[in-house]
Design a protein around this ligand. Structure first.
Ligand SMILES: *[C@@H]1O[C@H](CO)[C@@H](O)[C@H](O)[C@H]1NC(C)=O
Ligand SMILES: *[C@@H]1O[C@H](CO)[C@@H](O)[C@H](O)[C@H]1NC(C)=O
Ligand SMILES: *[C@@H]1O[C@H](CO)[C@@H](O)[C@H](O)[C@H]1NC(C)=O
Ligand SMILES: *[C@@H]1O[C@H](CO)[C@@H](O)[C@H](O)[C@H]1NC(C)=O
Length: 360
């Protein structure tokens, strides 16, 4: 297992290096376009102008990026930035908020920190772009592409060829279900009922995305939200590495998500949906992948778990899995991106990885 992992890490370096090389030779990307629906794990600036505490366009966020803070919740690149590199794009997919200056035919990033499947999730932090609103924004993109290509048919044909990243659900737990003082969901639903309600709503939202022409959709499950430094400090782990009860809820949600993927593949036979097991990818022994610190973040944090403005973070960022109390470092994002693109363990993705999805 250890030897296998070392081999894989070599492959990973190769993958990342070769994708950097593609930035220079400007190879044609493996897909013509890439659209992103999500939360703070992949937000790249959509919250910057919004009245909310869930913003990150201040130092030390972005400390390892040439352009500095951008609204990414990491020291460096997010998972979708790295996926865009691996796919051969010569720039990152721009945020919807900056659309005026960008080429929408290549894709748009709609992700918004604190956003959820449910409309109200994250509302105690301020304004956020829920998944329903992200889909409304995609409708605007659809109209613009229709205008640009001349007809709805050509817009749909173009959108058929793109890859779609969809990753929601964390905030429906962290910034909703686990905050009984601000949200009533935990009074109204058991864990089982809540997961079921979320998946029903999510399924309808993904069908809306399909109605706009999405045919290659990678759905990322909820990650190990019981292992975040915030969960560990606020709940305690009772001797475990993580807060097991929280990870059990994430597992419950993900299990139902896998069934949803099966159901979507059965119902919508002109499209393919895959599941990415971010919970599994983020579990296991982090030291095997070269990490030394997994239970605390790299930057000093405020009461909501975000980096305190201009406080000096740790030096060895590649040795930390967490950057602040919720969000992975670029080093951890690289591993998630690489394993979603190309399986390391068979269980990383279902029923296939992104490299196979885009070849269909
Ligand atoms: C959330 O709950 C806390 C604790 O009861 C309260 O102080 C705070 O005002 C609430 N926030 C909102 C936006 O309702
Ligand atoms: C919970 O139930 C109460 C009473 O039926 C209702 O007023 C409230 O809107 C419900 N909350 C949620 C989040 O469904
Ligand atoms: C803590 O762990 C012990 C031993 O596994 C278990 O008996 C106990 O119920 C746990 N307590 C909580 C609060 O989870
Ligand atoms: C960074 O890592 C190096 C090598 O592992 C170690 O010698 C050094 O003490 C670390 N620095 C900090 C600030 O942790």
């Amino acid at each position: 297992m250890l030897a296998e992992l070392k081999i894989w890490l070599l492959l990973l370096s190769f993958l990342v290096v070769s994708s950097n090389m593609q930035l220079h030779v400007q190879a044609v990307p493996q897909v013509p376009c890439f659209f992103i629906f999500g939360d703070s794990l992949v937000d790249n600036g959509n919250n910057n102008g919004l009245p909310t505490k869930a913003v990150s366009n201040y130092p030390p966020y972005g400390i390892d990026l040439p352009q500095g803070p951008t609204g990414r919740f990491s020291n460096g690149l997010t998972m979708v930035d790295i996926l865009a590199q691996i796919l051969g794009f010569d720039k990152y997919i721009p945020p919807f908020a900056n659309l005026a200056s960008s080429d929408i035919l290549l894709g748009v990033n709609y992700a918004s920190a604190a956003a959820g499947i449910r409309e109200e999730s994250g509302s105690h932090l301020g304004v956020r772009i829920s998944l329903d609103k992200q889909l409304v924004n995609h409708g605007i993109t659809f109209s613009r592409i229709t205008e640009s290509l001349g007809s709805k048919d050509s817009a749909t044909q173009h959108l058929n060829k793109c890859l779609y990243y969809v990753g929601m659900g964390s905030n429906d737990y962290i910034n909703n279900y686990y905050m009984p003082q601000n949200y009533s969901t935990s009074q109204n639903y058991t864990s089982e009922q809540y997961a079921e309600a979320l998946i029903t709503q999510y399924g309808n939202q993904i069908k809306t995305l399909h109605s706009y022409g999405a045919r290659k959709v990678a759905i990322f499950g909820v990650g190990p939200i019981g292992c975040t430094p915030f969960a560990i400090t606020s709940h305690g782990t009772n001797g475990s590495l993580c807060v097991d009860t929280i990870n059990l809820d994430a597992q419950l949600f993900n299990k139902k998500l896998v069934s949803l993927v099966d159901q979507l593949n059965k119902e919508l036979t002109d499209a393919k949906f895959i599941y990415v097991d971010i919970l599994g990818i983020g579990s296991g022994d982090p030291s095997l992948a070269g990490f030394k610190v997994a239970n605390v973040g790299c930057c000093p944090v405020d009461e909501i778990g975000q980096c305190i403005c201009s406080k000096t973070p740790c030096q060895n960022r590649s040795e930390y899995t967490f950057w602040d109390s919720f969000h992975p470092t670029e080093a951890a994002n690289k591993i998630s991106a690489a394993r979603s693109y190309q399986n390391f363990l068979k269980t990383d993705t279902y029923p296939m990885d992104i490299s196979h999805l885009i070849k269909l």
